[in-house]
Design a binder for this molecule. Sequence first.
Ligand code: FAD
Length: 452
Amino acid sequence: MAPSLSPIRSHHVAVIGAGAAGLVAARELRREGHSVVVFERQKQVGGTWIYTDHIEPDPLSVDPTRSVVHSSVYGSLRTNLPRECMGYRDFPFVVRSGVSESRDPRRFPSHGEVLAYLQDFAKEFAIEEMIRFDTAVVKVAPAAEEGSGKWRIESTEKEKKVLRDEIYDAVVVCNGHYIEPRHAEIPGISSWPGKEMHSHNYRIPEPFRDQVVVLIGNSASADDISRDIARVAKEVHVACRSNEADTYIERPGYNNLWMHSMIECVHKDGSVVFQNGKTISVDVIMHCTGYKYHFPFLETNGNVTVDDNRVGPLYKDVFSPAFAPWLSFVGIPWKVVPFPMFELQSKWIAGVLSGRIPLPSKEDMMMEIKTLYSTLDAQGIAKRYTHQMGISQFEYNSWLASQCGCSETEEWRKEMYFATGVKKRAHPETYRDEWDDHHLVSQAYQDFSLYA
Ligand code: FAD
């Protein structure tokens, strides 16, 4: 007897953004039978991986009227995950033979190789035909007909100066979250005479030649950029909130790079005082302090808010219960392996929209979210860490995979992620060029042969 088919419904879906999240969302939605329009305000796919020399006119990126430069990628950036681990599950990030010499075959390649990979992905799955480039979404709001579940999207297409006002059944938000900087609060900063900037506007070390620079933060960016700048700067000091108050360590292999505790205060004579008691005269303070989730186009009557960097309420970091399943987000979790997670989130959204995968009731989704928030509160975890996953990402991926009826994260990928983390912490200088997880690479390539 033929298996009975559930009635699959096709919808008209808007995807906002054609970065790594939007590209795979578009592919999965179309695979599921939906009609898809992707809005992308840049001229090409790739999002944050589109490196540009341009920086924003306001080096701290606080002016709300500034012209936004999307990418935060700096010239020397190489991936912090090995390519086998980083790629989408069914489109391995392997070295492509027979393509241009400008490709970077290294295991932890430069940003240009990631962009080329995303371009390959878009080409392989003919995604560009769904994308409206140069088109910025300026407003997303529930359509006027109360309870219709539909969304009104206003967009502007720059060169043609076209304004569009359209109705969609569903919206998938994939606008990235490394655009709107967060800053450290520094006592005395208003009268400090030096230059302040955010790492969002860092590209190359040359402007820092012979300067004394303080970087604030303990992210991958602070780590990379401090070393980059130390090649030309007079002195580089990294201040970090999570370091013990008496921290003062010279970085091995450098004679001009030090780790400190956090900045205590700054003075109008240009000096910076650290909690460890050291005082130095400083030219530049660079905030490597991360970013805020920001959805300037989204109007939800308070049903989705950003509160101390918690986007909520969101069920499983994806669906807004108030609007489910017609409003969803791909790419909210951080401290994760992003591309394969985006792929699973997108499959889930596509299947839920078509009615193939059930969602709990709004009440049950809200109850689960409230339980999560109470647990975080009870553990003393600040709201801004709500979407940090780390080790729990694989349990989350397994849950998504079970919903979608697809295979779980490969064991080699998990082990590679952990092995890379260990190696990065132990050998931050060399982990991108020296490794010993060869057996995991072999296992990855065995899997990849399925997708040849
Ligand atoms: P983005 O790539 O930011 O794409 C969002 C897209 O939405 C953009 O193209 C943007 O133009 C568009 N958009 C935004 N607003 C609008 C609007 N209103 N209208 C129309 N279009 C809009 N990940 C890794 O896996 N490995 C790494 O080594 C790694 N290193 C990183 C280093 C840095 C410095 C940064 C910032 C991130 C790094 N990441 C890394 C994480 C990276 O952000 C993700 O890999 C991934 O690229 C995020 O994709 P996304 O699609 O969510 O966002």
